[in-house]
Design a protein around this ligand. Structure first.
Ligand code: BES
Ligand code: ZN
Length: 386
């Protein structure tokens, strides 16, 4: 009798009836909806929160999910496996900042490449000259406010034929210079936002004149060129795009801090942020673009590297500021994924910034270097809003 039991038990476990390992999967609801019908089993959602769901699966079932995401959606990831329901709940809870299923695939060559060919060095150069011709864009000066009004008016002019675009001056309580935000409403994922920004203000240590051509008329000129190209090509994004010219960066990232804080408070879904601050000066011989690796998001930085290889085709590397050196840090500190591609390595940075000599002339006399950052921005915006 005892032997018979042993045989029965043994044959049960050999036939796979021993309890299989099960995991709790947090997954984007849209992904689940799209691959669900093609799975060989049916899934039951245990918990839902916002755009995320939790389902319980065995290891072979998880493998099938991964294969289907690859074969149907042509992408990687999109879900995470957890040992307990509690852990999975923690990840998808609103409090958690680690939950994000961002598609970092590179697939929009057909749209990106033709637009890259239209990036105009002359347009960028003209905007750098226009902005650096203000005596100063200091956040407390009259010309500081006038120059921001000029950015606002330029963006209105570029977008006035589009009813899905609005341009706003964002007022700040504690100083006069406003920020500017241009919004293109997304047609499918309207609540998800991609941000491209740079600071509008300038500063000088050696007197009242602060042309700030490289720091940061160049970044605003690149942002403006991206807006021009999206408008000329009548681009309609799935996600919402916001272009930002921040006030008062030079005195402690004040404008971007206020905006990022209010976005966090209002629980706005910022999926990605890209910062442009200094794009004119090619001061490092070996490489053209340096991704700032501190106060930025690692996964998005890796994606930026892929975009440079695919679309800009220039040598790039990483560098560090060592502190929150520009507006990307305002977004990072609010838990949003931000990246900051920079014109040189930190050691080689433009020696003329924050002086009367920060001019187009001293940064090389043309906007060839800025063209590379503008191309990267076009690629980032189109890939992130597909
Ligand atoms: N564009 C600079 C930051 C920068 C300078 C980055 C050189 C890399 C190399 C920015 O406008 C700036 O000057 N930031 C301030 C910090 C801020 C918190 C006041 C700075 O670096 O002093
Ligand atoms: Zn500066």
């Amino acid at each position: 009798m005892k032997n018979l039991f042993t045989i029965i038990l043994l044959s049960f476990s050999l036939s796979g009836l021993a309890a299989p390992i099960r995991k709790f999967i947090s997954i984007d609801k849209n992904i689940l909806k799209s691959i669900g019908p093609e799975l060989s089993y049916s899934t039951q959602t245990l918990v839902e929160n916002g755009s995320a769901a939790i389902v319980e699966l065995s290891l072979p079932q998880i493998e099938e999910v991964s294969h289907k995401i690859h074969s149907k959606l042509h992408r990687c990831g999109g879900f995470m496996a957890h040992d307990s329901l509690a852990e999975a709940r923690g990840i998808i809870s609103n409090k958690s900042k680690t939950f994000s299923f961002i598609d970092y695939s590179v697939s929009e060559q057909a749209k990106v490449v033709p637009m890259l060919e239209q990036v105009s060095e002359e347009e960028i150069r003209k905007m750098v000259l226009a902005l650096s011709s203000y005596e100063t864009r200091h956040y407390q000066s009259e010309t500081g406010t006038q120059s921001v009004q000029f950015i606002h008016d330029s963006w209105v002019k570029l977008s006035r034929h589009r009813s899905d675009v609005k341009v706003e001056l964002v007022k700040h309580d504690q100083w006069a210079q406003p920020s500017v935000i241009l919004t293109i409403s997304g047609s499918a994922k309207t609540d998800e936002i991609i941000i491209l920004g740079g600071h509008a203000d300038s500063i000088a240590m050696d007197g009242d004149e602060a042309p700030g051509a490289d720091d940061n008329a160049s970044g605003i000129a690149s942002v403006t060129e991206v807006i021009r190209l999206l408008m000329v090509n009548n681009y309609k994004p799935n996600r919402t795009i916001q272009f930002m010219a921040y006030a008062a960066e030079e005195v402690g990232l004040l404008g971007s801090k206020e905006i990022a804080k209010s976005y966090r408070k209002e629980k706005k879904k910022v999926v990605g942020v890209m910062q442009l601050d200094m794009t004119l000066f090619k001061g490092s011989q070996d490489k053209d673009i340096f991704l700032i690796s501190d106060y930025t998001n690692k996964a998005q930085n890796t994606f930026m590297g892929k975009l440079i290889d695919e679309y800009v085709k220039v040598p790039w590397g990483y560098s560090k500021c060592g502190y929150g050196c520009s507006d990307h840090a305002s977004w990072s500190s609010m838990g949003y994924p931000a990246s900051f591609p920079f014109e040189t390595s930190m050691e080689d940075h433009n020696p003329n910034i924050h002086t009367i000599d920060d001019t187009l002339e001293s940064a090389g006399g043309n906007a060839d270097h800025a063209v590379k950052f503008t191309k990267l921005s076009v690629a980032y915006i189109l890939e992130m809003t597909k």
